[in-house]
Design a protein around this ligand. Structure first.
Ligand SMILES: [Zn+2]
Length: 228
């Protein structure tokens, strides 16, 4: 490789292979994994995977009972199909709509409605879509098996704190905020605030980066003006 093709040392930011963020904004030291009585499957749109300020990856690292599955279509997806075929599990999708059970209002009735046998209810599995609204709608449209699952939703308790990424409408939440809310409602004994603490750390780090970037640009402009 010619020397000129190498990344200049000043711009070299090693990537953390666990949280997949640049070393300077790595979140691993703030992640304290915890468990919940239900499982979460984060379905990540391929475009979200490349988003450096995405929240699904660290949500997955924070939740012991979670999986992160990438894709845009899930009919025939081996991991998703295996979960749907498992007779010990009861799967639902977190997605608003007329048929969705609002767990802010009907938590106990929802949990009581989970089918089971004499040994108890089936294990609840919640699919959470990680993508923009239009990506999420498209993913469900192309995944008939997921679209046919019972749906749950909740009522927002606060606007999104995703200050580094404009939410299209004020009732939209980032994936981590949605999962934190879900955990708080369904499993109040679990430390859902840990998710929000890591999220706040991510937002602060990104805002600091943006400010530093602007200062660098300003400095470069001033130097250019001085030397002109
Ligand atoms: Zn990391």
């Amino acid at each position: 490789m010619p020397a000129a093709a190498l990344t200049p040392e000043a711009d070299y930011r090693p990537l953390c292979l666990r949280c997949l963020r640049a070393g300077s904004v790595c979140l691993c030291s703030t992640i304290e994994p915890f468990g919940t009585f239900f499982d979460v499957v984060l379905l990540q749109h391929p475009k979200e995977r490349k988003n450096s300020i995405g929240t699904a990856r660290f949500t997955h690292l924070s939740l012991r009972n979670s999986r992160l599955v990438a894709g845009a279509e899930f009919d025939g997806h081996p991991e998703v199909e295996a979960l749907l075929a498992d007779p010990t599990k009861y799967a639902v999708v977190l997605f608003p709509g007329e048929s969705a059970v609002n767990v802010s209002e009907s938590r106990d009735a929802f949990l009581a409605s989970i089918p089971g046998d004499s040994s108890g209810p089936k294990r609840l599995v919640i699919f959470v879509i990680d993508g923009t609204w239009s990506q999420a709608r498209g993913m469900l449209r192309k995944s008939a098996r997921l679209a046919a699952l019972p749906r749950i939703s909740f009522t927002l308790d606060r606007p999104s704190q995703y200050k580094v990424r404009k939410q299209p409408r004020e009732f939209c939440l980032s994936t981590v905020e949605a999962v934190a809310r879900l955990v708080k409602l369904l499993d109040p004994a679990a430390p859902s605030d840990r998710l929000l603490a890591t999220f706040a750390r991510m937002v602060d780090a990104q805002l600091e980066c943006a400010i530093r970037g602007k200062e660098k640009q300003k400095h470069a402009r001033t130097e250019a003006e001085v030397s002109a």
